[in-house]
Design a binder for this molecule. Structure first.
Ligand code: ZN
Length: 351
């Protein structure tokens, strides 16, 4: 396995962090300069990109380094160049990395609202699945989506997760969920058995998204589906904040960022048919773009704290705002439903 794949594994592992709940997030004690690697476009392979924005790890301050986001002139993919090497994994995903520490205790009403919304969204994509369907959540983290499917889906469904972080499997066991340890491009799971796979806020973290989509395709039945949800660079929030503070950069943890065109191209290249490709409402990138701006400009902490995943008022306002944008096809997230062509073998794809 090459270094790119290794970096992907590391990155994918980290986003599934299920570590102990954190107290206080930003400490300069974490600061360190990290090893970086050169990058080319992960969708079309070109090394022909224009600079877009420069930023820092505004949220965690794991490193004092600045990072450059570029856009491929050929296919439009936005990516970090250079990006953190595999060796930087432990630094850029500190133990208190909490993206997936999404507990009722910590997030209160936001947790309850998100649970209801997400359950509805998941059941919609799972419509029409057989009563004994097998579903795999790739990069499942603490099992949030698995729990929803288990609770709200038909009792005959078999839901499983896959995550490189062994803490995910341990946590799954505690709460009665099946979570395998590993990465999709190099795992022991049976081929062509899953009716539905999920890649929710995962693809942007991996170094080689093509390898991940090919890996998922091998596990999904011919005719089976894959739901991808990821940040949308075709959105107004990206356009407004792309020079520095865009929340979706999540510097330096989001290596590859898509719009509809580059995601469609990646799907085609990895042997998937595109069944649906739309945008989806989310307040998170709006809220974090504003938070990063305020923080970077030295605003008082009390003001900065009005913009976070724990700040229900700002989340509510931007949920409504982004819902209006989503209604005209410009929501903050991309939502793709891909389908493995019926009768396809595990091997093809026009790489
Ligand atoms: Zn490209």
């Amino acid at each position: 396995m090459g270094s790119a794949a290794g970096a992907a594994r590391q990155a994918a592992g980290a986003q599934g962090g299920v570590g102990p709940a954190d107290e206080g997030r930003v400490t300069d004690a974490h600061s360190a300069t990290i090893e970086l690697v050169d990058t080319t476009c992960a969708v079309c392979g070109a090394d022909d990109a224009e600079p877009l924005g420069v930023g820092e790890d505004f949220e965690y301050r794991t490193t004092p380094d600045s990072f450059l986001a570029v856009r491929c002139r050929r296919c439009g993919l936005v990516y970090l160049d250079r990006r953190p090497a595999e060796s930087a994994h432990a630094t850029i995903y500190p133990d208190d990395y909490h993206a997936y520490d999404f507990s009722a205790e910590r997030f209160g009403v936001v947790y309850k609202v998100r649970r209801r919304l997400e359950a509805h969204r998941l059941l919609k994509v799972a419509e029409g699945l057989p009563a004994d369907a097998r579903i795999l959540d790739v990069g499942c983290g603490d099992g949030f989506h698995l729990g929803l499917l288990d609770e709200f889906g038909p009792s005959g469904w078999r839901v499983e997760g896959l995550d490189p972080d062994p803490r995910a499997a341990a946590r799954g066991e505690q709460i009665g969920l099946t979570i395998h340890t590993g990465v999709v491009q190099d795992c022991d799971l049976p081929e062509a058995v899953y009716d539905l796979a999920l890649l929710i806020m995962t693809i942007e973290h991996v170094a080689d998204p093509a390898e991940v989509l090919e890996g998922v395709r091998r596990l999904v039945k011919p005719g089976g589906r894959l739901l991808i949800i990821t940040d949308n660079t075709g959105s107004p929030d990206f356009r407004l904040f792309k020079r520095r503070h865009w929340g979706g950069y999540h510097f330096p943890r989001h290596f590859n960022l898509f719009d509809q065109s580059s995601l469609r191209r990646l799907a085609g290249r990895t042997g998937w048919d595109v069944a649906e490709l739309t945008t989806m409402t989310s307040p998170v990138n709006w809220v974090y773009s504003i938070r990063n701006t305020l923080d970077d400009w030295g605003a008082p902490k009390g003001v900065v704290e009005q913009f976070s995943l724990e700040a229900a008022p700002s989340l509510s306002v931007f949920t409504a705002f982004d819902a209006a944008l989503n209604a005209v096809g410009r929501g903050a997230l991309l939502r793709a439903v891909l389908q493995r062509p019926a009768g396809s073998s595990g091997q093809e794809g026009d790489r």
